[in-house]
Design a protein around this ligand. Structure first.
Ligand code: F6P
Length: 361
């Protein structure tokens, strides 16, 4: 009999986190008569006074449409490298044992961990140390292979598509090249899907390195055929053939390096070739605000399925969507290879067939 479960959200936030929390709390209380505890700011909640608190039905009322997470999230959540002040000095320490103690002290029957690959990898490590974890895949990047789609992706994609629609009208009015730099880390799903949905002329993604000359050739071809403007959807991880990705900030033991700046670099090159260009970096607008209906639907199904999986004792597993059905997959298997755009997948072939350039030929 499952009596007490905990839930935490960690890594960068994604629209739909609150829908997962709401579904998990409601299912746990109404279907299983369980007590539910929220953990504040990812795994950090186990380290601080008041970081674990009871969640009642009233606490999840009215949160379905809210972005962010009522539990808070930590994007420097790597428990193996945490910066703390010791004797007045900043030091990096491994806090996994302290977190483990916190988890064991609560004597929970299951811990639902809602996060991206880093958070879920930590969850698997905690399982190996005896914590009954269940994973829920979250990320706007859609880069987790064990599921067809992560929640948060659809919302980001819709925001990016709307931004491309808006850039179209002003690009056309001024006969300009408009660049939209999009998130996604090493995966080009947001740029590919939004680029196709928003009618971009050039899509640059990390999985297909680009040549500057190919981009210029596409813009020139459009001008010669009477289309005096062009729209580029560029993934933050895109890189030139034989070149490197661009970072806006280097990494350290706590933070991973931040990608950013490729849009500006491509824009400067295009301007030098005589085409007036403007660059927009969509940034965290892709993560904020209300989730789409699809993300609420998926996140709700994930949250409820995670509780049911916990009740069946399916620990060290992650809920997943495959061929429209909710299922589950071992965490190790789900994370073994990261999900990436395949250069020969249907979306890329469709785009190419319609004259969209990936800057490679
Ligand atoms: O993984 C989600 C994501 O939004 C990436 O697309 C992006 O590179 C990164 O997180 C940004 O992280 P931060 O919120 O730390 O700036």
């Amino acid at each position: 009999m499952m009596k007490r479960i905990g839930i935490l959200t960690s890594g960068g936030d994604a629209p739909g986190l609150n829908a997962v929390i709401r579904a998990a709390v409601k299912t746990a209380i109404l279907e299983y008569g369980c007590e539910v505890f929220g953990i504040r700011d990812g795994y950090d909640g186990f380290l601080v006074e008041g970081g674990v608190f009871p969640l009642a039905l009233k606490d999840v009322s009215g949160i379905l449409s809210r972005g962010g997470t009522i539990l808070g999230a930590a994007n420097r959540g790597n428990p193996y490298a945490r910066t703390v002040i010791r004797d007045g000095k900043e030091v990096t320490i491994n806090v996994t044992d302290e977190i483990l103690k916190g988890m064991q002290h609560l004597n929970m029957d299951a811990l639902l961990v809602v996060g991206g690959d880093g958070t879920l990898r930590s969850a698997h490590e905690f399982y190996l140390k005896g914590v009954p974890v269940i994973g829920v895949p979250k990320t706007i990047d859609n880069d987790i292979d064990g599921t067809d789609v992560t929640f948060g992706f659809d919302t980001a994609l819709n925001i990016a598509t709307e931004a491309l629609d808006r850039l179209h009208t002003t690009a056309e009015a001024h006969h300009r090249v408009m660049i939209l730099e999009l998130m996604g880390r090493e995966a080009g799903f947001i740029a590919l899907h939004a680029g196709v949905s928003g009618g971009a002329d050039v899509i640059l993604i990390p999985e297909i390195p680009f040549k500057f000359e190919a981009i210029i050739a596409k813009i020139r071809q459009r001008v010669e055929s009477g289309s005096l403007f062009s729209i580029l959807a560029i993934s933050e991880g895109a890189k030139p053939m034989g070149g490197a990705q661009i970072f806006s900030r280097g990494g350290n033991e706590i933070y991973v390096p931040r990608l950013g700046g490729v849009g500006q670099m491509v824009g400067e090159y295009i301007e030098k070739q005589g085409f007036e260009t403007r660059v927009t970096v969509l940034g965290h607008l892709q993560r904020g605000g209300t989730p789409t209906a699809f993300d609420r639907w998926l996140a709700t199904r994930y949250g409820a399925a995670a509780v049911r999986l916990a009740a069946r004792g399916g620990f060290d597993r992650m809920v997943a969507l495959r061929a429209e059905q909710i299922t589950d997959v071992g965490l190790e298997e789900a994370l073994a290879v990261p999900r990436r755009v395949k250069p020969n997948e249907d979306g890329v072939i469709t785009a190419r067939g319609m004259g969209i350039s990936f800057g490679d030929e």
